[in-house]
Design a protein around this ligand. Structure first.
Ligand SMILES: [Cu+2]
Length: 300
């Protein structure tokens, strides 16, 4: 049993009940139209109430909706009860990407999971409300800043599935699409152990990995093309026109400016770009920031 079957069963039962009711109403209606047509019954007749019928049409629908509720409740309980052997993965939503962190230290922008083992996602947001949605597994949960939410699922077949943000979170909302990659258990074990990006990512060679892993490249390019934010190519020591407290000024993009753009992004807003850069002090450690800046310096 997995979440997709649970949800689909409840859904099918509700659809079946709805279709049966619709058919019953339409058939009865057509029957009455013919049976009590004007040519056959020119004189309308006053019909007294019937207690028996009234009880029937209260009790039967009541039983139907209560059983739908109980069935749904059972599915809900199933989906909230995380199996104890579930693999814990931390999921972070941010404008505008996802990042996943494993207990091995591995970080990824795709959700990589082993086939056959339940996965527990511990979800939060680094900035605004997002919602983590994996249609193939019929699971969805809000990512709320300052709060942890969770869900679990059982990826029983290997393959690739879509993962979306399903809560409008700004201009780049549609960029928050990534993949769930379900690997055979053996391949996953290898993936899980290798490339401890977090520890390896200090020093300038980790900068490129970090830009990707931290989601920077969703909004910034490294090849000069324009995205939601300014490109990193040729940024270091270039002249930048910014708005500082609403006043226009020109500055040189030195190391201090690059640092400030991450720790206090609203201090100087680059002209022509929306002020949507989130403050990343919780997301990026001091060493990681230094590695990122070293890397940006090299992007001529
Ligand atoms: Cu979002």
């Amino acid at each position: 049993m997995n979440s997709a079957q649970t949800v689909d069963n409840v859904f099918l039962v509700i659809v079946a009940v709805s279709v049966a009711l619709l058919a019953a109403v339409v058939v009865t209606m057509l029957f009455f139209v013919v049976r009590y047509r004007r040519s056959r019954n020119p004189e309308p007749e006053n019909i007294e109430g019937s207690l028996f019928l009234e009880i029937i049409w209260v009790v039967i629908p009541l039983m139907i909706v209560i059983s739908i509720f109980l069935y749904g409740w059972k599915g809900f309980r199933f989906m909230r009860a995380v199996p104890p052997n579930a693999l814990p993965v931390k999921a972070f939503g941010m404008m505008w990407s996802w990042s996943f962190e494993y207990e091995s230290g591995r970080m990824s922008n795709e959700l990589v999971v082993p086939a056959g083992r339940p996965v527990k996602l511990i979800i939060t947001s680094r900035d605004v409300l997002h919602s983590l949605f994996i249609p193939a597994f019929r699971i969805k949960e809000d990512a709320v800043p300052g709060m942890q939410t969770h869900l679990w699922f059982l990826p029983d077949k290997t393959g690739q599935y879509d993962l979306f943000c399903s809560e409008y979170c700004g201009e780049g909302h549609s960029s928050m699409i990534t993949k769930v990659r379900v690997l055979p258990a053996e391949d996953f074990r290898k993936w899980y152990k290798e490339g401890r990006v977090r520890e390896a990512a200090t020093g300038s060679k980790g900068g490129a990995e970090l830009l990707k892993g931290k989601g920077c490249l969703v909004c910034h390019s490294t090849d000069g093309s324009r995205k939601w934010g300014p490109t990193f190519k040729g940024l270091f020591e270039s002249r930048v026109t910014v708005l500082t407290a609403g006043k226009k000024r020109e500055i040189i993009a030195d190391e201090e400016y690059l640092r400030r753009s991450v720790t206090a992004p609203q201090a100087d807003i680059v002209m022509g770009f929306p002020p949507v850069m989130p403050q990343e002090t919780d997301n990026v450690s001091e060493e990681e920031l230094s590695a990122i800046i070293e890397h940006i310096k090299g992007l001529k």
